[in-house]
Design a protein around this ligand. Structure first.
Ligand SMILES: NC(=O)c1ccc[n+]([C@@H]2O[C@H](COP(=O)([O-])OP(=O)(O)OC[C@H]3O[C@@H](n4cnc5c(N)ncnc54)[C@H](OP(=O)(O)O)[C@@H]3O)[C@@H](O)[C@H]2O)c1
Length: 188
């Protein structure tokens, strides 16, 4: 590959990418066995630094997450919804939606939802927020273009898995941000 092509390969995909962006422990858990993210919140990351959430959140046009993740937000961050973009929650239980944290609901095959997410994202990226069960369905269907993980310097031994499926990725870039090691992979 020539130098220009190599450089281009390292650039983020320009719009309309579906990206699973999450934080994880070194042993690949996104929540501990007590359903807590204290291990994450105790660590320092610069939101405006490399792989920071501020720029990433601005680049997305639609979000999708699983019911367990949504319920975690309802329990732990109930004051207000943090995102202005339209958000879909995968669930068989539409009654879990809180009026304070409004979202669309979807039940079924994620390949049927994905075109809607791309349409609503309006040329921006789609953020697969997680959890692992949700991300795994998108990955199994070949719908995740990029995986971005910010790794906290701890192991948990048990909890909710980052991506509980078999998948292959190509490393595009990696950088440190305060306590975290962050990396971006592209779908092989
Ligand atoms: N570290 C981080 O940055 C981070 C990021 C995201 C999430 N998390 C954590 O991860 C944990 C949740 O992860 P998880 O993998 O266990 O769960 P999840 O993906 O958030 O939610 C799974 C649930 O969503 C519903 N669901 C999934 N696919 C569906 C489909 N195709 N159609 C209809 N309903 C569907 C099912 O619930 P029902 O059938 O009951 O509706 C299922 O049990 C939470 O504790 C969350 O806080 C952490």
């Amino acid at each position: 590959m020539c130098a220009l092509a190599k450089g281009l390969a390292r650039l983020p995909l320009a719009g309309m990418a579906t990206i699973y962006f999450t934080a994880a422990s070194l042993d690949g858990y996104i929540v501990d066995s007590k359903d807590s993210r204290d291990w994450l919140d105790a660590r320092t990351i610069d939101s405006d630094g490399p792989f920071g959430i501020t720029r990433f959140a601005q680049s997305v046009g639609a979000l999708v997450m699983g019911a367990t993740t949504y319920e975690w937000i309802v329990s732990n961050q109930p004051e207000r919804w943090r995102y202005s973009q339209p958000t879909w929650v995968l669930t068989h239980r539409p009654q879990i939606v809180s009026p304070v944290l409004p979202v669309h609901v979807f039940s079924g095959d994620v390949t049927e939802l994905h075109p809607k997410l791309l349409q609503e994202a309006r040329y921006r990226d789609v953020w697969v927020v997680g959890g692992g069960q949700t991300a795994a369905q998108f990955a199994q269907a070949g719908l995740i273009d990029e995986l971005i993980v910010t790794y906290a310097p701890c192991s948990l031994g048990a909890g909710g898995r980052l991506l509980p499926t078999s998948s292959q990725w190509k490393l595009i870039e990696a950088e440190a941000n305060d306590d975290f090691v962050c990396a971006r992979w592209r779908k092989v």
